[in-house]
Ligand binder design. Sequence first.
Ligand SMILES: *Cc1c(COP(=O)(O)O)cnc(C)c1O
Length: 390
Amino acid sequence: MTLPVIMNTYGRPSITFTHGKGVYLYDTEGNEYLDAISGIGVNALGHAFPAMTQAISEQAGQLIHTSNLYGIERQQKLAESLCAASGMDNIFFGNSGAEANEAAIKIARLYGHNKGVKTPHIIVMENAFHGRTMATITASGNRKVQAGFEPLLSGFIRAPFGDFAALEAIAENNSDVVAVFIEPIQGEGGLHPLPTGFLKQLRALCDQQEWLMMLDEVQTGNGRTGKYFAYQHEDILPDVVATAKGLGNGMPIGACLARGNAAEVLVPGTHGSTYGGNPMVCAAAQVVVDTIKSDQLCDNASNMGNFISEGLRTAFADNPLVKEIRGKGLMIGIELNKPCTELVDIAREKGMLINVTSGNVIRLLPPLIINQQQAQTIIDTITDIVEQLD
Ligand SMILES: *Cc1c(COP(=O)(O)O)cnc(C)c1O
């Protein structure tokens, strides 16, 4: 038997693309697809965004990598832009969402040890998804990503998502908690937003307990929900924010942003990354951050997101198959009353790329540059395929 040369972690690919432009992708047969999933929330600026192509090409001709043993102008500039966009103080750059989260977890543990907590614990949520490394699968609240990889790490306490009283109870009974780690909207876990006001309550509890408030904004960050970061809807500042996905528009970059005490925890020798924040990825991410600002893409995400959500609510008002439409900005989940993974194939045959998460939730993460006509196409196609389901 000959094994395929790609390890079998994603099943068989259904289709192969040759190129893209804007919100569209083109396959090897020349078919066009409206990309309503953006490489899982990554291609914030769509495909072949001209300023991105230019920045990457120019940077490739100048300098790709030097390591963090030396100063990196582009990294410095990107950090300044991200701190300005977020209200945070400083940043560690890695290469993925999982690495950004690993940095957050290490900051929490070291913060704990620095204040004399011998076995620092981090509160994490049921149904959470934080990545595929050992620490991040431990932090994730999904047995499917953990099973078979035991022993998992110690130092995590699980709480129900969105249940503030549960966090207060943990505060009363555990003296070794040092941080809370949570997604403002659970993405992989089925598109579940936190209740309005929750982050404000959490901020107050963290202040009272001297816990670090740490947010996983790998998926919700970089304009997707209609603000640069989702916590900005609640008018609070966390202590630590991890982001990735949309930040590089496809170039591998992750960032762990910190503020106040949390920003002073990592010192030379405590953490590192050979590639992290190299000139090449920072040139790409700079275009993302600048374009989100100059082209008012947060507003567009908010407007187009509302347009799609409202359009779908109207279309499905009398459809008993549709349980709930939820999310924020261009992070939209449509929960059905029955499993619907086959809709991914059906949508693709109709020229649209979508995703189904948790078995019965259609997930839409279109590029932030989407216009109203394209948004209407999403509404029409989703309406059409869901009606075909029953
Ligand atoms: C995708 C995702 C991750 C993991 O990011 P990788 O870049 O795949 O390591 C972590 N947290 C959340 C919320 C995500 O959506």
